[in-house]
Structures are given as C-alpha cells and as structure tokens.
Design a protein around this ligand. Structure first.
Ligand code: XMP
Length: 541
C-alpha cells in the first residue's frame, strides 16, 4: 500500500522531472529566432557582421559565473589558463607586459620593432622572472674580490646580493651572503668572507622529488631564518638555488583560480613575433630568420608568431614552412587572414594557430586605405570552420573594446588578441603623458608611418626605407587613457567573460563554442544595449 505521503512524494518527483525537462529543453520558437553558428552565419552570408551587429541568446544554466573554466589549448604544448593574448605591438608588449599577462594565465607576444638581440633579452626577462628553481644561479669564484661582486651587482642591476661560490670545477664551496657584500670589504677576497660549505644546508636534486616547491616550502619552515636553499648533486656540484620569496609567491599563486601560464620548467610562458624578413635581393632571408628564431628557442620562447597584415601570401607561408622544418615541435602562430583558404594555406604550411583579423583594430586604417578586410564575426565564423577541419586553432585579433566582444569572439575562436585594451596599462611600454589634467599613454598601429620607420614596414609588405617614400600608412598614432595595471584590466574582462558563460550555461570554453546562439541587432537594438536616457554617475570604483 502506498501512503498518502508517498503519493505526494511521487507526484512531487514527477513534477520536478517535468520542470527539469522544461528547463533544459530548447523551445522550437527559440530555435527559429536564435540560431546556432552553422545556421546563423550562412543565413547572413550577404553581409559582413562584427561584434555589435549580433548578440547572444541566453540558455538554461546551472553554471555560476565564478565556477566557469577559461583554460584553452592553442597548440600541442601551448595551453593558456585564460584566453587572452597581448598584441605584438611596440606600444603594447615588451617583457613587462608579457610577465603580467603570463602571471594572469595569458600570453604576451613580444613585438619585433627592436633589434633582434634586444628581443632575445626581452624574452629572457620573461622566462627568468620568478622561478621556483633557479637552474643557472649567478656564481662567484673564491679568488674574486668583494669589490668585483659589488661592480657586478651595479652593472647587471641585480636585486639580490647573496651568491653561491664554486671552485673551477663547479663544486659548491660556500655561500657569499649579502651582509658581507659591502664597500668596506671591497679589497677582501670572497674566500675570506664566505660562509663555508659545511655550515650550509643543501638538498640534492633527487631529494627535491616531484614537487620541488612543496619540498622547499617544508625546508624553509623547518629551518628558521634560512632564505636560500642550495641544490647540489652527490658530488657537491652546484645544480641550482631556490629562494624563499619565490616559493612563497608560487605557493600563493597555486591558490588562485586562474594560475599563471608556465612551461614544464615552471617558468612563465612567453611568445615573440617574427617577420618574413627579406634579403637585399627581395628573397626570403632564410638564414637570418632561422638564426633569429634559433636564438629565441635557446632563450626558451614558447611560441613564435609570424605576424603580417597579409598572411595568405607566399612570404608568410614559406617562413612558416622554414620554421616548421627547423623546429618541428615549436608552436607557431601565423597571420593575419580572414578567409578559409588563408587558414588552410597557413595550416598546411605548418602553423598551429592562425590570427584572424584584417582591419578591425582600433588603430587600423587598412579598410579605409586599401578597401580590404572583413568584419570580425563573419571572418571568425569562416575561419573557425576551416580551422576545425585542419585541426588548428584561431585567434580573434583586433577590434575588441569590451568583455562582451570577447565572449562573442570566444564562441568561435580559441583566444583573443588585444592591443588597445592593454595599451593604457602601466605595464605597456612608454611613458604616461598628461593632457588637460588627464593621463594617457601613446598607442600606435604597427602600420603607422612612425612604427614602420622603427621596423615594422615588412609586416605591411614595404621596405623600412620605403616609409619615407610613397607608402600609405595603414595605421594611426593615438592616445589611450591610462587605465592602471594589467591585473585590474584583466580582472574586469575575466569577470565579463565568466558572466557571459554563466548566461549560456557554459562551464568551459568548449561548451561556450557549442552552445552559442546568435541573433542580429538593429541600430536601435545597439543603442538599447548601452546605458541610455540617464546621466551616468562615475563612482570611481
Ligand atoms: P586593437 O583593436 O586591439 O587591435 O587595438 C590590435 C590589432 O590590430 C592590428 N594592427 C594593425 N592593423 N594597421 C592595421 O590595419 C595597423 O597599423 C595595425 N597595427 C596593429 C594587429 O593585428 C593588432 O593585434
């Protein structure tokens, strides 16, 4: 016999099941109006659409924005923890920006408007920023003078003054600690001032085990007052140095939702742009390109980007091929393109990730000057379908002004590349300028005359010397309002992306791509989307 309470529970269960079905089921009416990418874009094939031309429809959701995952794979061996890349532009990404991007889980592409040697140093700065294990610590010889060490610190601008001391065979013989590296001891020899080997706690590489940071963390807790841990092998050869401040920073980072983007050796990841350089005869300068990228690889670069305005071209394809042959495992980004044929071509040449965008950038004039380029959402749709067939990823490059644009771009692309959004940040190159009481930073297109004179002419198919002759600039010089740190800007953008994913019930970026439904927006709809008919209060938050 079923009790009345049982009947009630059974009925409640059925009602719950029905309401669950109703919640998750798509309505046919919705499907007629809000279409998936493969219906929506072909239905709008006669018109090029960009971010503001469309909006995304909400879907039933059990996903809280804060629980959404933003990690994205761009190539084998290249994973980001947030899908954001700072553009390879000379007013956007040098080492400071790349460090900030990687610490936030993204990637910075160091620009190439600088001598190659300088670009190598910029990459090194990122790769050696904060390390768990410093594998090549600066070593001192026992017969050096303290004065020599002081000079070294001054010349190389070291922010530390404790050094391991090794003999001529690399054997660890003691530690020169910061409190003796003083001008008053300048004429003393290091051997007289060092703390000898037998008084120093060391650890072997074997003892560090699989999680060196956890092991070092335990060591520092157990040894009060010791801030440096020397790593040796069984023969006392020096193998590295772990500092307490690095360990504390990394332990802290491990608790953050979006972890820094690091390589297998726990170094921050970093990308660098390269151009399809030509020699004096106008031919691709293979030797120079290989030497340049070889240097970058030696410095630990995680990805190179062959960056040009027209990626579906022989010079770019040949450059990618040369690099693919010479560095089979190196992730390669190439571009820019806006066509399926362009994606297929670069993928066949060996690129892993293709930059999509011709003329959408905030400082671009390509569409005005050359009459060429495709509005970004249409270009992303076409390129994403070609990319899926070729098993490569695409990067939405340019035109992003707000987090909503990023959500829309990520319904089709694996990551976004932004210039203007980061150009006003403290970490972007260049000084802050004050105009009428407001703070700004310079931001210029790589196709502006000034940037081409500094080296980016090849990106636009010109010679550097051409920049003074008959050459049409495809970019402008501009100002961006100063906007604080990259951390702050990214926090707002990530909040927006997660919010968008919550509205679509997408727990991760793959689900966002799968679930997105689009509808076009009228000009009145665009006005409705922004604050209107109010006087906005600036609260200063
Ligand atoms: P945003 O909109 O983020 O765009 O400022 C950055 C992207 O714009 C591209 N870029 C240019 N495109 N002329 C162009 O037509 C230029 O001078 C120029 N400079 C940069 C580039 O793809 C960048 O990532």
């Amino acid at each position: 016999m079923v009790s009345s309470g049982g009947i009630f529970l059974a009925k409640a269960g059925v009602a719950q099941a029905f309401s669950d079905m109703a919640a998750t089921r798509n309505s046919q009416l919705d499907d007629t109006f809000y279409q998936a990418a493969d219906s929506f874009f072909p239905a709008n094939q006669k018109i090029g659409l960009t971010f503001d031309d469309i909006t995304l429809a909400t879907l039933y959701s059990e996903i809280l924005p804060r629980n959404t995952q933003l990690d994205t794979v761009l190539a084998d061996g290249l994973q980001l923890n947030i899908p954001a890349i700072s553009a390879d532009m000379d007013t956007v990404t040098e080492s400071r920006m790349a460090i900030a991007m990687a610490l936030n889980g993204g990637l910075g592409l160091i620009h190439y408007n600088m001598p190659e040697r300088q670009q190598l140093s910029e990459v090194s700065r990122v790769k050696y920023h904060v390390q768990g294990l410093i594998q090549e610590p600066i070593k001192i010889a026992p017969d050096q003078l303290i004065g020599d060490v002081l000079k070294l610190i001054e010349e190389r601008k070291f922010g530390f003054s404790t050094f391991p001391v090794v003999d001529e065979k690399g054997k660890f013989i003691g530690l020169l600690s910061g409190h003796v590296v003083k001008p008053r001891y300048a004429t003393k020899k290091v051997i007289e001032a060092l703390t000898p080997r037998k008084q120093i706690h060391t650890i072997t590489k074997k003892e560090l085990g699989k999680d060196p940071i956890a092991r070092a963390d335990k060591f520092f807790t157990e040894h009060i007052g010791i801030h440096k841990l020397i790593v040796v092998d069984d023969e006392d050869q020096l193998h590295g140095l772990i500092t307490m401040s690095d360990v504390e920073r990394i332990t802290q980072e491990r608790k953050a939702q979006f972890k820094p983007a690091r390589d297998a050796q726990f170094r921050l990841i970093c990308g660098a742009a390269v151009s399809a350089t030509r020699n004096a005869f106008g031919e691709l300068d293979r030797e120079r390109i290989l030497a340049h990228v070889g240097g970058l690889v030696e410095r630990g670069v995680d990805v190179v980007a062959v960056s040009t305005a027209h990626g579906h071209s022989k010079g770019v394809g040949d450059t990618v091929k040369v690099l693919r042959d010479a560095f089979p495992k190196l992730p390669i980004i190439a571009g820019n393109v806006t066509s399926a044929a362009g994606v297929e071509y670069l993928a066949d040449c060996g690129a892993n990730a293709i930059k999509v965008g011709q003329g959408p950038g905030s400082i671009c004039t390509t569409r005005i000057v050359a009459g060429v380029g495709i509005p970004q959402m249409t270009a992303l749709y076409i390129c994403s379908r070609a990319a899926a067939k070729k098993k490569v990823s695409i990067l939405a490059d340019g035109g992003i002004t707000k987090s909503g644009d990023i959500v829309k771009a990520l319904t089709l692309a694996q990551a976004v590349i932004c210039g203007g959004i980061f150009a006003g940040c403290t970490e972007a190159p260049g000084e802050v300028v004050e105009i009428s009481g407001k703070m700004y930073k310079h931001y210029r297109g790589m196709g502006s005359l000034a940037a081409m004179k500094s080296g980016s002419a090849a990106r636009y198919g010109h010679e550097k010397a051409d920049a003074t002759r008959k050459v049409a600039a495809e970019g402008i010089e501009a100002l961006k309002e100063s906007c604080g740190s990259v951390d702050r800007v990214l926090a707002t953008l990530i909040g927006g992306i997660q919010s968008g994913m919550g509205y679509l019930g997408a727990a991760n970026l793959a689900q966002l791509r799968e679930k997105a439904r689009y509808i076009r927006v009228s000009p009145a709809g665009q006005r409705e989307a922004a604050p209107h008919d109010v006087v906005e209060l600036k609260t200063g938050n």
